[in-house]
Design a protein around this ligand. Structure first.
Ligand SMILES: [Zn+2]
Length: 442
């Protein structure tokens, strides 16, 4: 089916970003077939379905390169006992209980809820990291089903860790990556690993062997807290990134999440091995774990993307958080204006390309038809030259009206079409207290 998304302001992004006023994007099936002047597109594609986008900006759909769908049902839950005073306590008292308490229906719901948020925020591609030790085998199939129903793209993995049972979760990644194979452009697989401090050498070796066999990258939290670095230094006499490089975890398909407590030599390893880093500024601030040395990593040529780490699914909010955080952290109001949008708009597209083999992140002929159409009447002139100013100070607070992925309209006029939002939220309100109760008994 051919559709004209017409009469909007099209921001193409890509290497040569163009801002086209009164323009249209034409899609045919899963691909974009033409972009240009609205009147010309109407003439050329007169038989196409039309979606009016006047008063709106049309951007490529956003990409999130690190998420935890499963965290959503913990929203509003009170945590038993004293408040956690450090990162390891946050894991032990909160997240390792949340993931343990999830049952089959919780896994489905806790994927559907953030998937709705993704659609609401124009996020059309996600790289997720899942854990549910009590309902582990087959859990990725439940999430895959929810993703296909929602209609966005996702790369999925299960978080391997020795914390419950040695090598727990390796089999789930092996099974799922084999099933997904090369992928169909909508679902991809990675080898999920928790973090160096919960993984023995033997477990890492097994993960790497399976990842190589399946031609997938490893998705692992790295030096999120100083405790991860200290653990590696004391047990293995080397810092975290070095340990992971020696075990073969690095590589251009691999994603090292956070990389906060790392030194220059470790940054050089990341650059030399073309390993991607994903920065999650809101999560890092929430857990009070420290600040990723973003500017230094970029200077060294490391590919750094942007994720939410389960904090939400709104990528523009994360972008602005990165912008603000690194200005403050560097005590320099000249930095991060280019870098924060670069993580979201360019680097996330490159990281996603390594997972899905698709050229996402640009509106151009032949590219995947993934669009975020946002209510925005520019109050000042808008062009290629000042787009980032509008992005950081205007679009970040604007509302997404229509979301398109693989050419399919998933939300139109702020109505989610692919999922029953009210039913899913109501069911989750029923089940969440039961999950919270099970969690208190762990
Ligand atoms: Zn994470």
């Amino acid at each position: 089916m051919t559709t004209r998304f017409e009469n909007g302001i099209v921001v193409t992004l890509g290497e040569k970003n163009r801002v086209l006023w009164n323009a249209s994007v034409v899609t045919d099936g899963e691909r974009i077939t033409a972009v240009g002047d609205a009147a010309e597109m109407k003439q050329r594609f007169s038989g196409a379905e039309s979606v009016d986008c006047s008063g709106k900006i049309i951007l490529p759909g956003f990409i999130c390169t690190h998420h935890h769908f499963y965290s959503t049902m913990a929203r509003g839950m009170s945590i038993p006992g004293e408040p956690a005073s450090n990162f390891v306590e946050i894991l032990e008292r909160l997240w390792w209980k949340v993931d343990m308490a999830l049952d089959e229906e919780d896994i489905t719901l806790s994927a559907q809820l953030p998937l709705i948020d993704c659609i609401r925020n124009g996020t059309t591609t996600v790289i997720d990291h899942h854990a549910s030790p009590a309902m582990r085998d087959g859990s990725l199939d439940l999430i895959e089903k929810a993703v296909r129903q929602a209609g966005i793209r996702a790369s999925l993995c299960y978080e391997v860790s020795d914390r419950n049972v040695a090598g727990g979760g390796i089999g789930e990644n092996k099974r799922f990556s084999k099933k997904v194979g090369k992928g169909d452009g909508q679902i991809a697989a990675m080898m999920g690993m928790h973090a160096s401090f919960t993984l023995s050498d033997a477990t890492i070796e097994e993960c790497v062997d399976i990842a190589r066999e399946a031609s997938v990258g490893c998705h692992i939290h790295v030096a999120e807290d100083a405790a991860d670095r200290e653990d590696s230094l004391s047990k293995y006499k080397m810092p975290t990134v070095e340990r992971l490089e020696k075990s073969g975890v690095t590589g251009e398909k691999s994603i090292f999440v956070h990389c906060i407590h790392i030194d220059e030599a470790e940054m050089d390893i990341l650059a030399a091995t073309r390993t991607s880093v994903v920065h999650n500024p809101e999560s890092n601030m929430n857990n009070a774990v420290g600040i990723t040395p973003l500017l230094k990593l970029l200077q060294k040529g490391v590919l750094v993307g942007l994720g939410t780490d389960g904090m939400g699914s709104d990528m523009l909010v994360q972008m602005r958080c990165a912008y603000l955080l690194h200005r403050l952290a560097n005590h320099d109001p000249r930095v991060a204006f280019l870098e924060a949008p670069q993580l979201l708009l360019q680097n996330n597209a490159e990281i996603a390309k390594r997972q899905f083999g698709l050229d996402l992140g640009e509106i151009a002929e032949g590219r995947p038809a993934d669009l975020a159409i946002i209510d925005y009447q520019p109050p000042t002139p808008l062009s290629e030259a000042n787009f980032l100013g509008h992005l950081i100070f205007g679009l970040v607070d604007a509302t997404v009206d229509t979301t398109v992925c693989k050419g399919k309209i998933l939300m139109k006029g702020k109505q989610i079409l692919s999922m029953d939002e009210a039913r899913i939220a109501a069911r989750s309100r029923e089940l969440a207290p039961k999950m919270w109760k099970r969690l208190q008994e762990l």
